[in-house]
Design a protein. Structure first.
Length: 152
């Protein structure tokens, strides 16, 4: 598959607003509606586009307490890593989980209602996962930048 500058522009436009019609995109890109449709289908088929999603206003659903939590495992065995990753995938409060280098093994982005809800999450869910040696949490004071758009 040839991935060209037009495909890049199309992906940027779709990231900004995936509800744009093919006609709106065709006007922005100087292509026919059919050409835009075919390019989108090609990008989906080739795995450039994984999914379409909705970004929800956290305040409107009363889930605007964001915490970044470092997690250190007791040891780095395959069993501990696989077990932790499986269990953390089942926690609805965890929006993102990254296996990282450095002093800690994982970085979690957690979203809950408030500090009391975070404490409950820690006590009843996260710290009950086997193989966790320690955690370190940082609370978001304000969100300075948040985007899902990858410019290239």
């Amino acid at each position: 598959m040839i991935f060209d500058a037009t495909d890049r522009k199309l992906l940027v436009h779709l990231q900004e607003d995936s509800k744009q019609t093919n006609k709106e995109l065709s006007n922005k890109l100087g292509l026919s509606v059919t050409a835009v449709y075919e390019r989108i289908k090609k990008l989906e088929k080739e795995g450039f586009i994984n999914a379409y999603t909705t970004i929800i206003n956290k305040e409107k659903i009363n889930r605007n307490f964001v915490v970044f939590c470092h997690v250190k495992l007791l040891q780095h065995s395959q069993e501990f890593v696989v077990s932790f990753e499986k269990e953390v995938n089942g926690l609805n409060e965890v929006l993102e989980c990254y296996h990282i280098s450095g002093d800690y093994d994982y970085l979690l982005k957690v979203i809950v209602k408030n500090m009391a809800a975070f404490r409950e999450f820690m006590v009843k869910k996260l710290t009950t996962i086997n193989h966790i040696g320690s955690t370190h949490s940082m609370f978001v004071i304000s969100e300075v930048k948040q985007t899902h758009v990858i410019n290239f």
